[in-house]
Ligand binder design. Sequence first.
Ligand code: SAM
Length: 234
Amino acid sequence: PSLHSQRHQFVIDFVRKNKPKQVADLGCGECKLLKQLKFHRNIELLVGVDTNGAKIKKNMHGLAPLSTDYLQPTYDQLRVELYQGSVTQRDARLRRFDLVTSIELIEHLTLTDLERFASVVFGYMSPASVIVSTPNSEFNTLLPGLTGFRHSDHKFEWNRSEFRSWALKVCLDYGYEVELTGVGEAPQDQQESIGFCSQIGVFHRLQGNDLCNALHGSDVEEVFSYTLVYSVNY
Ligand code: SAM
């Protein structure tokens, strides 16, 4: 399977195991992950956010229920919402989800925006779990013909130690713990020295952080900075 589908499969496996009810995919792009997630019956609210509204509009139609979904309602209630908006801005409709995913998004942010991302996602949205994937630059030597970054829009590509430092700082600042893993294996003899092609952090909000965020949240005004571009109820 392509690396792209392995990253999405990683999220699907997490959803199968942990059964989150509200899931938001940040930088949802072509909505491919959302289209797979809509088949998971435990999910009641599925939200996508991307700055690129045109991309969402072009790809959102696959999220509509099929006529068979109405004829044979095998789903529990599901609501899907897509927003044009930036992960550097807060929106009260995305607070306190069970799971927020950010697949190959952070490397498109400047370091200033990356700080905003951490504050918005971990500090404000404050979901129970967050999955973040980003390229592992150590793997680039195994990608034939690659000279600079993997994509011209990338603002950085981190090695494992840089990603670990960022992830641990986020945990300290916002009260999370993290497991570091990845997808896309190097040849066996290089797995240890190079690591995965895409590195992944799975963050869990620490117990006790609940209260701190609830207090913090109560004196924050309700902000709605995202624009709803699509919504549907199953
Ligand atoms: N997550 C998708 C996937 O796995 O295929 C798309 C990844 S694509 C490399 C990065 C996406 O992030 C693009 O669709 C881009 O428009 C979006 N994006 C970039 N900056 C963003 C921001 N500040 N807020 C929300 N989305 C952003």
